[in-house]
Design a protein around this ligand. Structure first.
Ligand code: NAD
Ligand code: WQD
Length: 335
């Protein structure tokens, strides 16, 4: 298939592009580099040994997208979004503009060009504070921050589009907690400034860039008092996107959880990372982070049923791969 990958130079997009190219797909990456760089595109080419077409542009530029889509594109994978929860609380309009206006421009362009196959990056954030775990796709949805609202709104917009055009086919993928890196150690997660997510923070402590980890709360009603999440290897996510592409073309909108189906506490993550890296990860307990929930993990059985997909890699492997990337590139793509 010829696939337009919006946001393909980002963390999940870059790993997915390598896997797509390895499966023989023709990939066009479209990215404005607001959270990535040319180095990533070069590494995607090196790792896959395939030629990658890259176009620098913004998804809000409908004309640019229409031109690209008219060139025989079969499907779009749409990763392009701003993703920092606290950033979205500080600048909600910037997030609404980028994530919502950007996706609407993309949908317009797809409609004009007659491209009717879409895989959309959603997030477990749409579940807000879950009433029960494991979380199924039919659990109540609620946005607890502007970023989450952008995902919830776009899920609904895409769902409505599928209703009005029975030929439009969309798969909405709700990622739980992406982690890890490509096994080569040449691409990985490269946060801007201090990481807000746990795994990259732990990796930066282990490599000596930060003194210690602040663990947000040790009084949750969980097995060791720290928060429990469903960490999913980024290579497993990449595999799910390739499988999702094969299911497009039948019309309708399908929503799938992508998680491992098991939860790990913060202390378990720290311990797994220490084992994988052979380094100590000093930590201290601090107050809970506003908006955090005690525990969240997926029921991924619908993805297994529809895509034939389940997570292959465990937490230990996520930590080993994240460590290979972090230790080889302490300053991310700048080293
Ligand atoms: P990322 O920031 O690494 O990648 C996003 C890419 O999109 C970047 O390369 C960025 O430059 C690009 N981009 C952003 N806005 C753009 C625009 N207007 N036009 C063109 N390009 C633009 O993020 P990621 O972790 O790879 O996340 C990918 C998707 O998955 C996002 O939609 C995110 O909301 C979603 N998601 C991420 C997580 C996570 O924890 N990483 C969890 C759930 C869902
Ligand atoms: C995991 C656990 C923290 C950092 C976020 C977004 C969500 C999605 C994935 C995009 C929690 C604890 C963390 C630290 C800590 N992103 N923690 N010290 O909060 O589950 O989800 O990323 O869609 O929308 O909200 O992930 O990695 O931030 O936290 O103790 O320095 O680690 O309290 O228990 P979270 P996380």
């Amino acid at each position: 298939m010829k696939v337009l990958v919006c946001g393909g130079a980002g963390y999940i997009g870059s790993h997915t592009c390598v896997t797509l190219l390895e499966h023989g797909h023709d990939v066009v990456i479209f990215d404005n580099f607001s959270n990535s760089s040319q180095v990533v595109v070069d590494r995607i080419g090196e790792l896959s040994g395939a030629s990658v077409r890259f176009v620098r542009g913004d998804v809000r530029d409908q004309d640019a997208l229409e031109t690209l889509l008219a060139d025989g594109v079969d499907a779009v994978i749409h990763f392009a979004a701003l993703k920092d929860v606290s950033g979205s609380c500080q600048q909600p309009l910037v997030y609404f503009e980028n994530n919502i206006v950007g996706t609407i421009a993309l949908l317009h362009a797809m409609q004009s060009a007659g491209v009717k196959n879409l895989v959309f990056s959603s997030s477990a954030t749409v579940y807000g504070e879950p009433e029960a775990v494991p979380i199924t796709e039919s659990a109540p949805l609620r946005a607890t921050n502007p970023y989450g609202l952008t995902k919830l709104v776009m899920e609904q917009v895409i769902g409505e589009l599928c209703k009005t055009d029975p030929e439009f086919s969309a798969i909405l993928l709700r990622y739980f907690n992406p982690a890890g890196a490509h096994p080569s150690g040449h691409i990985g997660e490269d946060p801007n400034g201090a990481p807000s997510n746990l795994l990259p923070y732990v990796a930066q402590v282990a490599v000596g860039l930060r003194d210690r980890l602040d663990i947000f709360g040790n009084d949750y009603p969980t097995r060791d008092g720290t928060g429990v999440r469903d960490y999913i290897h980024v290579m497993d996510l990449a595999d799910a996107h390739v499988k999702a592409l094969q299911k497009l073309g039948q019309g309708g909108c399908v929503t799938l959880n992508l998680g491992a189906g098991r939860g790990h506490s913060v202390l378990e993550v720290v311990s797994a990372f220490e084992c994988a890296s052979g380094r100590r990860v000093p930590y201290q307990f601090v107050a809970r982070r506003h908006g955090d929930v005690a525990e969240a993990w997926a029921d991924p059985s619908r993805a297994e049923k529809i895509l034939g997909w389940h997570a292959q890699y465990n937490l230990r492997r996520m930590c080993e791969d994240a460590w290979r990337w972090q230790s080889g590139h302490p300053n991310g793509y700048r080293s």
